[in-house]
Design a protein around this ligand. Sequence first.
Ligand SMILES: N[C@@H](CCC(=O)N[C@@H](CS)C(=O)NCC(=O)O)C(=O)O
Length: 248
Amino acid sequence: MKMTEKHLQTGDALPPYNGRLRLFAMRFCPYAGRCVLVLNAKNIPYDVVYINLTKKPEWIFNFSPKGAVPALEYQKGKALFDSNVINTYLDEEYPEYPLQATDPLRRAQDQLVVENFNTVITAYFTAAYNPQGLQPSHPEIFHKGLELLQKELETRGTEFLHGEEAGMVDYTLWPFLERFEALPLGNAEFALDKSNYETLLTYMESMKQLPAVTSNYLPPDIYAKFTDSFVTGSGGLRASEALSTKPL
Ligand SMILES: N[C@@H](CCC(=O)N[C@@H](CS)C(=O)NCC(=O)O)C(=O)O
């Protein structure tokens, strides 16, 4: 449950803690999105507090040393940060709907899939937020990483990377894949062409049907609006403003 749709900023008070897990997030942060998906998929009750990252409220530093999101307040005043650390904790502390592979080898392989995907993320962030900084190697890195991911899907032969049901590895990659629908953002080199990415696009369609995903999904035009505001130099449209165009 969202405590408020507003992104709290410098000077705003910290809402009172009501005993539930509390996730500090920003609506457009894909890392925070990972935790939202895992909390949703595991049916764990939680609250969300959105933070304005350009004018951070002072108290965010009590939960996250660099004031980054996501951070998870698991007890009043006590928090963990970093999406993967938070998600591993959640999966182990709330074992009812396990999302990690039980086989140690498969769990290690899932971690390698996530690790490999980091190069794709870097190329995406450059394309979306800093197109002037794009090197000819970025589209190549982006597609090499996605081709590897597609190959992994083909080798596993299941609907999701985790198996016939989605798991942690799928929810860890998804917030980025969701945003890739907003590419090419004026650069056709980042397009996900159907002829090259049939398996990957089929997988993405399956992901989009999952209740944990649909409840947090935003369409490409909203992402494009948010990232464009950085590119055009306005210093970043506030998340609440970008969202205000979304029919709720
Ligand atoms: N490794 C971190 C990365 C989190 C991250 O980079 N979050 C961004 C927002 S998407 C952030 O809070 N940046 C700090 C800032 O804007 O000051 C994680 O996985 O949680």
